[in-house]
Design a protein around this ligand. Structure first.
Ligand code: DC
Length: 213
């Protein structure tokens, strides 16, 4: 394993395939992976329990990422609401930056990884898809988990979250100027992963880093 810092930064809206692509890249290149949405979800979940979001973000511990309700639609909305607060974002910054530059390399996925957390990342991707495709994917996921919800509700939630995440003043979601945009609307997951692997392999080869594990 190489010890040179090598960061893959991945941004994009909810349910675009960021998580799947990130996990596949981490596995393929032997990198650590951080789903930064979980940090905001952990703070959002504690807020739903009555905690103050800023205090919760400042006191966040790794165990808080293990709660089993972090993937619910309710927590997703709460996460998006606490994520507009600059103090919450500031409290989570150092942890993410340290993770990004850890020895051996890392993949981070979120909304502001390429633009704010790690603008010096060696590979940057913006993984996206149309809101209707993303809602259909998220709906199927929620149904598989036993959540009783309709496609209309999920589409409304996806659009509300997109608007809040993209229109906030603090670190809004947007593709970095130098990010590779990967639109997965009409792609299978296998093709999306293959395209992402190509991009990262080129970035590694350009730095003389191994492209095989
Ligand atoms: O990726 P996700 O759906 O788990 O993220 C949940 C919310 O957290 C998302 O709607 C906005 C916020 N978030 C953020 O503001 N910045 C990040 N880097 C990751 C997530």
């Amino acid at each position: 394993m190489s010890t040179a810092p090598f960061t893959v930064a991945i941004d994009g809206p909810a349910a675009a395939g960021k998580g799947t692509v990130s996990r596949a890249l981490a596995q393929r290149f032997g990198l650590a992976h951080l789903d930064t949405g979980l940090l905001y979800r952990a703070v959002g979940a504690q807020t739903l329990d009555g905690a103050d979001p800023i205090k919760a973000a400042r006191a966040l511990v790794p165990d808080a990422l293990e709660r089993d309700d972090l993937r619910t639609a309710q927590v997703a909305q709460a996460a998006s609401k606490v994520a507009v607060m600059p103090e919450v974002r500031a409290a989570l910054l150092d942890f993410q930056r340290a993770f990004a530059r850890r020895a051996g390399g890392a993949v981070l996925d979120g909304r502001d990884i390429c633009t704010v957390i790690c603008p010096q990342a060696e590979a940057k991707l913006f993984v996206t898809a149309s809101d209707t495709v993303r809602a259909a994917r998220r709906h199927a996921e929620l149904l598989a988990r036993g959540d009783d919800t309709t496609l209309e509700t999920v589409l409304r939630d996806v659009r509300a979250r997109d608007a809040r995440d993209a229109e906030r003043a603090a670190a809004p979601m947007r593709p970095a100027d130098d990010a590779h945009v990967l639109d997965t609307s009409d792609m299978s997951i296998t093709d999306a992963v293959a395209a992402a692997i190509d991009i990262v392999a080129q970035a590694r080869a350009a730095r003389g880093l191994p492209v095989e594990r």
